[in-house]
Design a protein around this ligand. Sequence first.
Ligand SMILES: NC(=O)c1ccc[n+]([C@@H]2O[C@H](COP(=O)([O-])OP(=O)(O)OC[C@H]3O[C@@H](n4cnc5c(N)ncnc54)[C@H](OP(=O)(O)O)[C@@H]3O)[C@@H](O)[C@H]2O)c1
Length: 284
Amino acid sequence: MGSGMALNLLKGGHELTVYNRTPGKAEALRSRGPHVATEAADACRGDVVITMLADDGAVEAVTFGDKGVIACLGAGAIHISMSTISVGLSERLAAAHAKAGQRFVAAPVFGRPEAAAAGKLFIVAGGAADAVDACMPIFQALGQRTYRIGDKPQAANLVKLSGNFLIASVIEALGEAMALVGKAGVDRGAYLDFLTSTLFTAPIYKTYGGLIAEEHFEPAAFAAPLGFKDIRLTIAAAEGLRVPMPLASLLHDRFVRLLAQGGEALDWSAIGELAAKDAAPIGA
Ligand SMILES: NC(=O)c1ccc[n+]([C@@H]2O[C@H](COP(=O)([O-])OP(=O)(O)OC[C@H]3O[C@@H](n4cnc5c(N)ncnc54)[C@H](OP(=O)(O)O)[C@@H]3O)[C@@H](O)[C@H]2O)c1
């Protein structure tokens, strides 16, 4: 996600320094014009720093500590956190940046790596209005539309998690429906064509239905462990707010099964294949 986003920032005329833990990925961008930093601290000298990292642990590793983003960012500068992280970490980041005299905007995104590369992400932004205003030129370079969710950064993270919960629910439902008709001999491609040109025309049905129908789960555009992380974070947020989400618990177990059976490197849409496996005769 980060590589495509970096290239769009450059295309948008922004001066950019890139940092990645594994140096090769940042180095691969060098010929396109950004400065390449050898440590995170060196990517924190500007007005804005953007983090786009795997999970809470990754964001904590880069943000806190002596050479972390908070220690190195200037007063009044903005940290835009675009990773899908927990509501709790978002709250901690907002407090830590405020204490350091910096600003914090949570701006998680919808859209897979091809959307990131095309500058077509949907961005959900939460934070103080003046800080989000200042980020708009950056969001315009990265996405097709930005939705402002209010002054609480963590609300943007909650909206993102709720969205991924919905997508995973669609993947599971599509997988079950396709297992049903597929076992009866209906052509899965023709079935999907029927669905997505009648009552289920949303892009999410087309994208994930196609992946399930073709059993196309590698290479992962959004890896299964990250999808699992989002369901766990959804459940944690639901626990905190005392909101029962039985479907989220079911999805949690689907991901545990996928990962237990060696699905670490697969796309998260591979949970959509589990129903067909459950329906196959033993040993098939
Ligand atoms: N892929 C999608 O379709 C998609 C869509 C929307 C949102 N997202 C969200 O966007 C974020 C990035 O996803 P992605 O698909 O780009 O993941 P990815 O390809 O796995 O990249 C993860 C990044 O996090 C870094 N990282 C992981 N652990 C770290 C640590 N402990 N310290 C420092 N850096 C660490 C990795 O560095 P190394 O290169 O050194 O491993 C890499 O740069 C995630 O929060 C994901 O949920 C993804």
